[in-house]
Design a protein around this ligand. Structure first.
Ligand code: DGY
Length: 320
């Protein structure tokens, strides 16, 4: 019997799937991330780890787990919390959860597009404040999407699903990427691939949909925000550090860009204090994939990966 350590609360059916496969499951059963010292104790003797984005999977954690670990199944499509080279050196397979969270995350990206361009956070705060208000020609004027351009930085699964939604709102699509997207995708979306500088200059809204790595650290900084311009918006549902948060605060304060919608932060869960003071930014607590259906799908896919690797089979969705 193998021991699977699950580092956060997962739907019951996930633990059931692991137990049905004959494994012993040891799970962190409290809300919120497991404190690091308790995590190091929890993983001792594990054959498999099911991890969340809040856990750093590195040499220290693998050492604490011991030599039996064969697979790290990260319950997320992003895996920047996992030191993949260190895992590879030790022969530990790393898996993620692509293909199950695209639609939910794209819904949230589109919600942020609408919230920021139509100033819905401000509008809700006004009503909740109890201040007097009345319908007015100038009350909380935003900007419409029809005929505007959405720049997608990274046209992978989530980027494509976001672009599809934006098309239904009458938007034109530009995208950046290392290579052209498949021709059927380009045709469906009417999308054109451009360099980042052109995308920023032409985009009325720019939405980030790329993984975080050393290569994408601060991809959008002060110069890029200046290219975006005072009538345009930035949306980030990818990873905080792809945007230089200090530069973003400055751009929002100065009106270098019109607004932003954020679900992720550079030093998550800490939010830059400058952002908290601004009206022209919408702030969400990393809930892109937070639907019951999606979280269940992610957890079950992670469990399938564990079961496959422990059975000596190929993982379903290995990274890289
Ligand atoms: C992911 O899958 O990478 C998300 O950020 C977690 O929902």
């Amino acid at each position: 019997m193998a021991t699977v350590v699950v580092t956060g609360r997962l739907p019951d059916e996930t633990l059931g799937a692991l137990r049905d496969a004959g494994h012993e499951v040891r799970a962190w059963e409290h809300d919120g991330p497991v404190p690091r010292d308790q995590l190091l104790a929890l993983v001792e003797g594990a054959d498999a780890l099911v991890t969340l984005v809040t856990e750093r999977v590195d040499a220290e954690l693998l050492d604490a787990a011991g030599p039996g670990v064969r697979v790290v199944a990260n319950v997320a499509v992003g895996y920047d919390n996992v030191d993949v080279p260190v895992c590879a050196d030790r022969g530990v397979v790393v898996t993620n959860t692509p293909g199950v969270l695209e639609e939910a995350t794209a819904d949230l990206a589109m919600a942020l597009v609408l919230m920021s361009t139509r100033r819905l956070g401000e509008a809700e705060r006004l009503v909740r404040s109890g201040q007097e208000w009345q319908w007015g020609m100038q009350l909380l004027l935003g900007r419409g999407l029809q005929g505007r351009t959405l720049g997608i930085v990274g046209l992978g699964g989530i980027g494509r699903a976001t672009a599809r939604r934006a098309r239904a709102f009458g938007m034109h699509i530009l995208y950046t990427g290392r290579r052209d997207a498949p021709s059927d995708v380009v045709e469906e979306l009417g999308a054109r691939r451009v360099e980042l500088a052109e995308l920023l200059e032409a985009g009325d809204v720019v939405s980030m949909h790329l993984p975080y790595s050393a290569a994408t650290h601060h991809l959008v900084g002060a110069d890029e925000l200046a290219r975006l311009g005072p009538t345009s918006y930035l949306v980030n549902t990818a990873r905080g550090p792809v945007v230089d948060e200090e530069a973003l605060v400055h751009a929002l304060q100065e009106g270098t860009i019109a607004g932003a919608g954020l679900d992720v932060y550079e030093h998550e869960p800490r939010v830059h204090p400058g952002l908290l003071e601004l009206e022209n930014v919408v702030l969400l607590p990393h809930v892109g994939s937070a639907t019951v259906e999606t979280r269940t799908g992610m957890a079950l896919l992670a469990a399938r990966n564990v079961v496959a690797v422990l059975a000596g089979e190929d993982p379903v969705t290995p990274v890289g």
